[in-house]
Design a protein around this ligand. Structure first.
Ligand code: FAD
Length: 432
């Protein structure tokens, strides 16, 4: 590729930023097109009544290598902090300790044998190196086999039901394994250690944005791409609502079904567009509450309580030093689920009811403020044999289309998106 090749990066989330960053390091001058009026995608921030905070909670694990590499390179290493975090389990109206060996052993709501099976399975997950044999296995059956019916029903079922609903029985075991493995490996002397940037993920996004611009890249926010017309040789004409551009290389990092929609509008054949549109995602309505008192001492509390369709709550102020008590309450559901049409107020009400149930000492006067952020592509639904379902990463010469599905079985994550984006650039430069 010539150094003066014109390169477009679609999407200004962590992956798009990493792609553009890597390109500028190699001497190219890419242009980022971001639909939103801010950068960061799922890792972006908002002003929560004077507190600049992420729309969705983020933490890092001890094995987030791609993330460590980039923060080291751009001089943010000293901004990374670690904390030993606590976990809880709100089970049928009572809060239990969870996550440590002892807490599982002490959890009397399942038989002792089931507790042992749970621990044995967690340990087994840490020793699996090759996940390919789990790709065509359903997670539900895999967990039932390891934990037994009681273990699955009481310890896992609600987590599936309140995230995947009708897809629960089809999730790939490889995907669940990678989640258990990631958190399991984030332990020092068996204690969970989670990391965070002093001022949140936006620090990384801002720093990357600064470097991209300093090195001659360009960033266009509020610039959604609405049309992509492939060129015969390489690249495409791409369109925003106001302008049209010609690029030799286009790298799209936006959710793949959105690429399918853009391709449809660009009259690209159905066979290609359908391979993008058929992928399913979970949407998230994520409530964030500011309260006078903390809810628990945990960072993460799993929930199994039929009154609430909430898989867990995340108390960010028990991880990061924040001036106020901040709790995230995510409501996940497949993006076409009718509940996603509920208004923000009803999600906030449900979230507050759940918080008050977990900690009955919290009264209405303790709620300072609340907010609900939404994203329709919060997580791909990785069904069994998922890797066979993914569309070609380069459907046309010089047009690459990738998103968080491409690093399956890893769950979507900042580190994974960054690492994938940077490696993709290295690969493209080698072959083009
Ligand atoms: C509730 C929640 C909790 C999470 N917790 C963690 C965590 O603890 N740790 C962790 O590492 N990760 C976590 N993540 C995941 C992490 O935020 C994502 O993996 C990461 O942000 C993905 O980055 P991305 O750039 O690949 O995609 P995205 O962040 O989805 O970025 C895609 C970008 O494309 C833009 N776009 C869409 N359409 C267009 C268009 N037509 N034209 C131009 N731009 C467009 C979007 O506005 C967006 O900015 C969490 C996510 C959620 C939702």
């Amino acid at each position: 590729m010539r150094k003066n090749s014109k390169i477009a990066v679609i999407g200004g989330g962590p992956m798009g930023m990493a792609v553009a960053y890597e390109l500028t390091l190699k001497g190219y001058k890419p242009v980022i097109f971001e639909a939103d009026n801010r950068l960061g995608g799922m890792a972006s921030c908002f002003d929560f009544e004077g507190l600049e905070i992420e729309r969705y909670y983020h933490f890092h694990c001890l094995n987030d290598k791609g993330f460590f590499r980039i923060i080291d390179e751009i001089g943010l290493k000293d901004q990374l902090n670690w904390k030993k975090t606590k976990m809880g389990f709100y089970y049928q109206g009572r809060l239990y300790k969870w996550g440590s060996l002892l807490s599982v052993i002490m959890f009397s709501k399942v038989s002792f044998f089931t507790r042992l099976r749970y621990l044995f399975h967690a340990a087994r997950c840490l020793t699996i190196k090759d996940w390919n044999h789990l790709d065509n296995v359903e997670a539900v059956n895999w967990l039932r086999k390891w934990l037994g019916e009681e273990g699955y029903e009481k310890l896992w079922k609600k987590l599936f039901d309140y995230k995947f609903y009708q897809f629960s029985n089809h999730i790939s075991a490889a995907w669940i394994w990678s989640r258990i493995n990631r958190l399991g490996k984030s332990r020092k002397k068996l204690k969970e250690n989670l990391g965070f940037l002093q001022n949140g993920s936006i620090q990384l996004i801002n720093e990357m944005s600064k470097i991209i611009k300093e090195k001659g890249g360009e960033i266009k926010i509020s610039s959604p791409i609405i049309n992509i017309k492939p060129l015969k040789k390489s690249g495409a004409f791409i369109k925003t609502p106001t302008d049209e551009y010609r690029f030799d290389l286009v790298i799209s990092t936006i959710p793949l079904p959105l690429v399918g929609e853009i391709f449809s509008k660009s009259n690209i054949n159905n066979l290609i567009t359908n391979s993008y549109k058929k992928l399913n995602y979970v949407a998230c309505a994520c409530v964030i509450l500011k309260t006078k008192k903390k809810v628990t001492n945990n960072f993460w509390t799993n929930i199994n309580d039929s009154r609430f369709s909430i898989p867990g709550i995340i108390e960010m102020s028990n991880l990061r030093n924040l001036p106020e008590n901040i709790t995230y309450i995510p409501f996940y559901m497949p993006q076409n689920h009718p509940d996603y049409l509920r208004d923000d107020e009803s999600f906030k009400e449900d979230a507050w009811k759940c918080i008050k149930a977990i900690n009955p000492n919290l009264k209405n006067k303790d709620l300072i403020s609340s907010h609900c952020s939404r994203y329709k592509y919060a997580q791909p639904i990785c069904e069994k044999n998922f890797k066979d379902k993914l569309p070609d990463q380069e459907p046309f010469n010089g047009i690459f289309t990738v998103d968080t599905t491409v690093y399956y079985p890893e769950d979507r994550g900042i580190s994974e998106s960054i690492d994938f984006g940077r490696n993709l650039v290295k690969k493209i430069i080698k072959i083009k």
